[in-house]
Ligand binder design. Sequence first.
Ligand code: NAX
Ligand code: K
Length: 503
Amino acid sequence: MKLLTAAQTRQADLATMQEQGIASEALMERAARAFTAWLTARQSPAEAGEILVLCGPGNNGGDGLAIARLLHQRDYAVRVYLLPADHYAADFTLNRQRLPAVPVAELDAAALPTIPADALVVDALFGTGLSRPLTGLAAAVVAHLNQAAARVVAVDIPSGLLADAPQPAKSPVVQARHTVSFELPKLAFLLPRNAACVGRWHVQPIELSRSFLDQVPDALHLIDAALLAGRLPRRATFAHKGTYGHALLLAGSYGKMGAAVLAANACLRSGVGLLTVRGPAAGYDILQTAAPEAMALPDPATDFVTELPGLQPYSAVGIGPGLGREESTRQLLEKLLRQAQVPLVLDADALNLLSESPDLLALLPPDSLLTPHPKEFERLTGPARDDYHRLDLLRDFCRQHQCYTILKGAYSCLGTPGGTLYFNSTGNPGMATGGSGDVLTGVLTALRAQHFSALDAALLGLYAHGRAGDLAARQTGEAGLVAGDLIRFLGPAFQELTTADRF
Ligand SMILES: NC(=O)C1=CN([C@@H]2O[C@H](COP(=O)(O)OP(=O)(O)OC[C@H]3O[C@@H](n4cnc5c(N)ncnc54)[C@H](O)[C@@H]3O)[C@@H](O)[C@H]2O)[C@@H](O)CC1
Ligand SMILES: [K+]
């Protein structure tokens, strides 16, 4: 699924109206119906009580007025509050005229309405047309609403939130419990700073022009099942273990063999034909016991991985989990970067070593796959001013080093050498637990070893890793989830993605 900027959304609206021969009011009616269907499926008139619909002067307010009418038709009790303005959008005025006999009042700074704690509020003050932070009466209304304990459902986007630009400090934004958006989510929903105001977001279709969406250039993407269709073929009947590659993992140190074990078992559960693990000598027994399907190739050093084995047998190398940052390990990394003719996956201490010796970045083979969490990332690039700047840094970093980089977190973001960004749609906060990243390294190394392109490996791996987390959390709950649980569900997650046989 693509993510559009506010400007691209306006173009999509126009293209849809032209292509389908409909007026803007008809598209607004579609949006209002889509929102109303979402709300009425979750709250009966009795559960909802009186619904307060707050409407601004633009098309978002027009949506609100149409929603108020549709809710009234379905026997919900509705009260409308209007934000006075010098100018109203044409479709706002049209829907104001169509509003049936429901109580309507203008918002007034001197006498803001009481908002009962159990009220249900529809926030239709401002949508994607907002070009600057709210001030004056609009800001006062938002602050007043946020002080009430009421449940707020935002139409399209919480009012005050900019759809795709950094939010100035202290600019008021509605704190919604749910945000119901049209056709596509907004970039703002995927950024950590906005989580509190967006609440849980939902997307309702309004049949925007497919041909327009297909041709939008430079798009941001959401990694969903549709994007992955056809990327993971069934295994071949006459396959043998050589068909699916031989991965090498360089991982572990004394006290951190768990990271190597997690990466190894995740690699084995992600379809690789053969796996060899280079760990410290001290970890030999642990590895052989905890990951018996892997071959162990212990380092001469007791506590760390210090010597690079010959790379000839391997079709991909993953390096980093639990590795430590010894000088001899740094030298090993340098050797690997200079010698590797096979795809690389770099994580954890491999990334920390890169940030300590930035000159090594110039040695990164093209199409390497890096998986930093935000702190590791900022050690590589310098600090980000805000969520949007971090995405700019990600684009620049991937372009400059011709690599693929996954910025890990909620909606992990993959940057490509061409500057495209892909946000993952699977996963849950239960995965914020030690070892989740080691599992991802194992998954990605397995996919690269099986000769998937860096892009396909990253897209499939990210999605399957998150999906495994979602399947695991159904059994363990989020708090009880540990990284080892992810490994148990990688198989089912990949199975779901596997292309079905065509007749
Ligand atoms: N264009 C379309 O065909 C559709 C639009 N839809 C709705 O329309 C919304 C976008 O509507 P608009 O572009 O009219 O914009 P909004 O309704 O978001 O608000 C724009 C209005 O607010 C004013 N404004 C902007 N910033 C302000 C500020 N800081 N303080 C006070 N006033 C400010 C503008 O002058 C304008 O009057 C979407 O979010 C969505 O809810 C939906 O009806 C679907 C179809
Ligand atoms: K809104």
